[in-house]
Design a protein around this ligand. Structure first.
Ligand code: AHR
Length: 491
């Protein structure tokens, strides 16, 4: 029997909707085919943007899309992607070895974001670009004055500024983004940041490239000196264990500690930032890229990988971590939206299906904008698992997070049973409120290795949970490898 106590009065912080964000790079079939098919395509589209994937993202209330990369961003020159499409240059995508047609550029990206209802987040080119090129892009997008660049935006069809709020100053600048050391990146960062805000007519937030492991973040923050120059520090975390589908039971369990490494990453980055934060200026941590990166996702196959129920369960475990640290994390973007890595939708020509990870997003969506509250877990069974470095850990089979809406009228509890073979009898108690009504959804599959695909697009999908709550308690037997989301109307 597992005991879950939801402490409605013990609030951690607001769960920014941005924690449920997305990353879309010019890589494999993410942009081309996944999001952009072009106006002349037989695949249903609106001004070239694919309708079915947009509808799926819209349904999730996708809050933000980070673009154009990734490694791609530090070799992307934005002028290649504006103006008449048939005059745009073809370039080499040095990181992902494709030719880049530039048919999808700034205006198409903004249109995509508007169709989805998501905030645009643009990553600037620091590695192969200049401060002037970056500042000119900010001006082109956001300047409401009568400058030549603002006029050019109008001539290209958008007289109104795009008001892009989030700007990344490079990507993985310790690696593909220029192979800087933290001091050199800090110097570059200052040069870039100096010229960005002044070019925008609307408020912008700047995201600096951080790293996992304490060295880079501390050295960078030390060297940067004036923290007014940044608003967020970004980190990335990928993980895997065994094959995407044919993993062993041991590999199934061992993936969880690797995914849960996100917690140490977030705490470490937040601790580094806290040393420099001033009360008047709080810098947030952004988990800019995260997810499972299976060995089968290779550069030459466009980082496509199959996506099983195991991936959805690790996604839920990471969401629990993000909800628990809602006071520190300001945004998180899974890699990558469509057809690449731990994506939410996959396509094969005109066919489109939702991955199990999509359904994990759907089950966690009700937390967006709520206050995260503590959940005490007692008597949770454990299984033996190993960290990435081989250390043995006792992995609790239940992970959970909870939240309450602003008015204190409804609460959400998400929890899962990771055990492969044993069901889990979950006894839930609400502290600080009582239950008027409870509804729930369950995500599981006959086999944890099951996937959705073109022949069986709805093999894995959420089912309704029948609940019989008492005044402050609820008892649910979760089947093996299952995830549940319960919404409680409070009395
Ligand atoms: O998501 C794929 C790649 O992983 C991104 O381009 C890069 O930022 C990271 O290394």
């Amino acid at each position: 029997m597992a005991k879950l106590s939801v402490r409605l009065d013990d609030r951690v912080g607001t769960i920014s909707p941005m924690l449920y964000g997305h990353f879309a790079e010019h890589l494999g079939r993410c942009i081309y085919e996944g999001l952009w098919v072009g106006e002349d395509s037989p695949i249903a589209n609106t001004r070239g943007v694919r309708d079915d994937t947009v509808a799926a993202l819209r349904k999730l209330a996708a809050p933000v899309i980070r673009w154009p990369g990734g490694c791609f961003a530090d070799d992307y020159h934005w002028r290649d992607g504006i103006g008449p499409r048939d005059e745009r240059p073809r370039r080499l995508n040095v990181w992902w070895h494709d030719e880049e047609s530039n048919q999808f550029g700034t205006h198409e990206f903004i249109d995509l974001c508007r169709q989805v209802g998501a905030a645009p987040y643009i990553c600037l080119n620091v590695g192969a670009g200049t401060p002037e090129e970056a500042a000119a892009w900010v001006e082109y997008c956001n300047c409401a004055r009568n400058t030549s660049r603002a006029q050019e935006r109008g001539l290209n069809g958008s007289p109104e500024p795009f008001a892009v709020r989030y700007w990344g100053v490079g990507n993985e600048n310790w690696g593909c983004g220029g192979r800087f050391d933290p001091d050199d990146y800090a110097r570059e960062y200052r040069r870039f940041a100096c010229y960005l805000r002044g070019r925008s007519s609307s408020p912008i937030e700047l995201v600096a490239c951080g790293h996992t492991g304490p060295d880079w973040n501390r050295k960078f923050l030390d060297a940067i000196g004036d923290l007014r120059m940044l608003d967020h520090l970004s980190i990335h975390r990928y993980y895997n264990c065994g094959d995407a589908v044919d993993f062993s039971d041991t590999e199934y369990y061992n993936l969880f500690p690797r995914a849960l490494q996100v917690e140490a990453d977030v705490v470490e980055a937040a601790t580094a930032v806290a040393l420099y934060n001033r009360p008047a200026k709080k810098i947030g941590v952004i988990l800019d890229e995260w997810g499972v990166w299976h060995p089968e996702a290779r550069g030459d196959s466009g980082l496509y990988q199959r996506n099983t129920l195991r991936d959805a369960l690790t996604c839920a475990a990471v969401f629990d971590v993000l909800n628990h640290h809602a006071d520190k994390v300001t945004m998180a973007n899974i890699a990558q939206t469509i057809n690449v890595l731990q994506c939410l939708c996959q396509t094969d020509g005109a066919a489109m299906w939702l991955t199990p990870t999509y359904h994990a997003f759907a089950l966690y969506q009700p937390h967006m904008g709520n206050a995260s509250v503590r959940v005490d877990l007692d008597d949770i069974p454990t299984v033996a698992a190993r960290e990435g470095d081989g250390r043995e850990v006792a992995l609790p089979v239940v992970s959970a997070s909870a939240s309450v809406d602003e008015a204190g009228k409804a609460a959400v509890l998400t929890f899962q049973n990771l055990h492969l073979t044993e069901p889990c009898d979950c006894r839930i108690r609400l502290r600080g409120g009582s239950i008027a009504k409870a509804t729930g959804k369950l995500l599981t599959a006959r086999d944890v290795r099951d996937c959705n695909g073109p022949e069986a697009p709805r093999k894995i999908r959420p089912k309704r949970l029948t609940l019989e709550p008492k005044a402050t308690t609820l008892r649910i037997e979760l089947p093996p490898h299952a995830l549940a989301s319960v919404r409680v109307v409070l009395r």
